[in-house]
Design a protein around this ligand. Structure first.
Ligand code: ADP
Length: 409
């Protein structure tokens, strides 16, 4: 490479100017195609050619064209063009500029059927990145000073390809690093979440089994209740994990059926208040008899999750559940009057494993619930959003398309 650079002295001022402009665009360019187009713009006034093709190696050692432009006479002949693959291969394998003239039938009547090929290795000095081929239809032949100029161009193209390779290598290393750290976080979170209920179950079961102590029936019952609740938690956690991985792989089955939202919401409110006697739900049905097509179990799972989050993160707060019609959609909003969620985290709470930082650390959770909710709602062609004012409370809004026959009424 240094040999070529030493020879810049033999270039004409205009050619040197073009080379400097090309160096500048290579230094600032990342996108190969755009930068090559720019290089061609600088090169055209000082170097005649009809076609240019850039070949890069495949994993099996063959060359593949990744960039080709037909300019001038080449344009009208694009369809039957020879793209100089053999010339590229010779330059690539030998590491040297390679000139070749191809005579095609009817060359005597039509001079443009004589093709002057110039193949140049794209060697950045560190690696061979491919080969560049220039084609002239009907000449003129490439003079050696022109070959030198073309070698400079090929050197810059090699640097561009090297740059691109480095950028993509860095990006894939970065992606790998992120994935590794996500997996570490995942294992840490999940192990902790699984071990906590398991610890309770094991601890209380072992205590109850001790033969040296007699427990009165109230204590006995209390310990069994804890074991029962923790086993439920464990089950819920494993269900969530399985749902989440099925959603990711697109294998979570959903069966849609006609569903009256007012009825579903009444049932869910009733069930939640029976489970939690301290929970007050104010159900406001603005639009009765709204019908959608949905999987009732999965939809109930979404509402249960949001209500259960409200009892976890806004304990003691009443809830308002509001059903209304917004255009061709049903809108269900669930509002609590708890601590709220900072604005900058209102989108991220829907990401897998995300939990709001600095929130009550003693509240247990995995950050899977809202991720699952969003996936389920999106599978119903709907949308779920969160709105919040820190200190005043949070509202989750779910939009679902109405059944077709309702959209026109
Ligand atoms: P988990 O409850 O298992 O942590 P979710 O995905 O259900 O996971 O919720 C993500 C996070 O969103 C929670 O960790 C919590 O920080 C926040 N969050 C959810 N609902 C509320 C709410 N009603 N009020 C305040 N923060 C909430």
């Amino acid at each position: 490479m240094t040999d070529i650079i030493k020879q810049t002295g033999s270039l004409q001022p205009k050619e040197l100017e073009a080379i400097y402009a090309i160096s500048r665009s290579v230094a600032g360019g990342i996108e190969v195609e755009t930068t090559l187009d720019e290089i061609l713009r600088y090169l055209r006034p000082v170097f005649i050619f009809d076609n240019i093709v850039l070949y890069v190696p495949n994993s099996d050692g063959t060359l593949e064209p990744t960039y080709a432009r037909a300019i001038g006479r080449g344009r009208i002949r694009e369809a039957d063009l020879a793209w100089g693959e053999a010339t590229a291969l010779s330059a690539y394998r030998s590491g040297k500029a390679f000139r070749k003239v191809d005579q095609h039938e009817d060359a005597r009547n039509d001079r443009t059927n004589v093709r002057y090929m110039l193949g140049l290795p794209c060697n950045s000095g560190e690696a061979m990145h491919g080969a560049l081929v220039f084609i002239r239809f009907g000449g003129p032949e490439y003079r050696s000073d022109q070959v030198l100029l073309a070698e400079f161009v090929a050197l810059h193209v090699a640097q561009l390809l090297q740059h691109k390779q480095l950028v993509s290598r860095i990006a894939s290393l970065e992606a790998r690093r992120k994935l590794d750290s996500l997996q570490d976080d995942f294992v840490a979170t999940i192990s902790h979440e699984l071990l906590t209920p398991l610890g309770f179950i094991k601890g209380y079961a072992t205590t109850l089994l001790r033969e040296d102590t007699q427990w009165d029936s109230a204590t006995h019952r209390e310990f069994l209740t804890i074991i029962d609740e923790e086993a439920d938690r464990l089950r819920e956690l494993i269900d969530n994990l399985m749902d989440s991985s099925r959603l990711q792989s697109g294998t979570l089955s959903m069966t849609a059926q006609p569903l009256r939202l007012d009825i579903l919401l009444k049932e869910i409110s009733f069930r939640s208040q029976t489970r939690n006697a301290n929970l007050k739900i104010n159900l406001v049905i603005d639009a009765p008899r709204l019908q959608i097509s949905a999987d009732p179990t999965r939809l109930a799972q979404v509402f249960d999750n949001i209500i259960s989050n409200a009892t976890k993160y806004a304990p003691g707060s009443p809830l308002t559940i509001h059903l209304e019609r917004v255009g061709k959609q049903a809108c269900i909003s669930i509002r609590d009057y708890g601590p709220g969620i900072p604005k900058d985290q209102l989108e991220t709470i829907f990401q897998r494993f995300y939990r709001v930082t600095d929130q009550n650390k003693s509240v247990r959770g995995t950050g899977l619930g809202l991720f699952i909710c969003r996936q389920i709602i999106q599978a119903h062609q709907g949308e779920i959003t969160a709105d919040s004012v820190v200190g005043s409370g949070t509202t989750f809004s779910i939009y679902l398309p109405l059944e077709d026959r309702m959209k026109t009424t």
